[in-house]
Each structure stands twice: as C-alpha cells, then as structure tokens.
Design a protein around this ligand. Structure first.
Ligand code: CA2
Length: 145
C-alpha cells in the first residue's frame, strides 16, 4: 500500500500564521503523525508540498502506477483549479480530498470544490487529524476501487 500525500499553496506556513484557523501544528509535525499511522497500518507514505499548481499537476500525473491512493489538500487550488481536476481524472489514481478547516463554515468561495466530483470522498474540518483519518480512508478506497 503506497499513499501519496500532496499539499498545495501556503500549507508550508502551517503553525506559523493564523493558528486560530489552522492550529499550531506544522506541516512537518503532520507528516510525522501520518508516517507513524502509516507504519502501524502497513502503508508507505510519501509526503510533498508545493506552491506551484503545475508541480502538483505533474506529481498527480506521475503517481499513475506508482501509488495506490493520492490524498490531496489542494488548499486554495481546491476552489479554482480545473487543471488539478483534469490531472486526477487523467491519472486514474483514486484520490481523497482533505482539508484542515471546515470549509463550509467559512467564506462562501470556499464552499465550492472543483475537485470533489472526481475524488473518492472528502475529509474536512478535523485539523491535523484530517490527515491521519485519510490514511485509514485510503485502505477503504483501495479495497473498493
Ligand atoms: O482547510 C484547509 O485545509 C484549506 O485547504 C487550507 C487552504 C484554504 O485556501 C482552503 O480553503 C482550505 C489555505 C492553506 C493556507 O494555509 C496557511 C497556513 C498558515 C498561514 C496561512 C495560510
């Protein structure tokens, strides 16, 4: 079981700004938690972040045949990126959309996800735990794919 975690723009700032929304945990802390859970469940975890839309597109394309499941926090690109949506469809690797915050309790522009219709499911609003829950969900998705 190989899971690719991808993180979009500004998530490298986690733990440094807006702790009231995103918490005090850094992305490196989250990566450590995810890897710990992955080890317990027998999954190999690859964890990446980019502020560049095209780099995320490239990583999704390259995941085909290398990873069983993608877990994607596309950050602001969630609400804007047809390119990410097309890449998810083209790669054909089952993808789980995740968010730290409950986007539906925030500004209206965050309520719409362009990637949701092509994802296996969403995990939203559980802070850093959204990532840990996604490891479990990935097994579920693999079985049902
Ligand atoms: O809640 C999430 O996980 C989001 O994907 C986070 C994105 C936001 O655009 C989405 O609507 C929901 C923003 C990530 C930016 O993270 C920051 C962290 C610290 C300081 C500033 C931004």
């Amino acid at each position: 079981m190989k899971i690719l975690f991808l993180n979009g723009p500004n998530l490298n700032l986690l733990g440094q700004r807006e702790p009231e929304i995103y918490g005090k945990t850094t992305l490196a802390d989250i990566e450590a938690k995810v890897k710990e859970r992955g080890e317990k469940l027998g999954a190999a975890i690859e964890f990446r972040q980019s502020n560049v839309e095209g780099e995320l597109v490239g990583w999704i394309q390259q995941a085909k045949g290398k990873f069983d499941v993608i877990v994607l926090n596309a950050a602001a690109y969630t609400h804007t990126s047809i390119a990410l949506r097309d890449a998810i469809v083209a790669a054909g690797v089952p993808t789980i959309e995740i968010h730290l915050s409950n986007v539906h309790a925030r500004e209206e522009f965050r309520h719409k996800s362009l990637i949701a219709p092509v994802c296996a499911g969403q995990i939203i609003g559980f802070g850093a735990n959204s990532y840990v829950l996604a490891v479990e969900a990935a097994f579920n998705v693999k079985v049902n794919h």
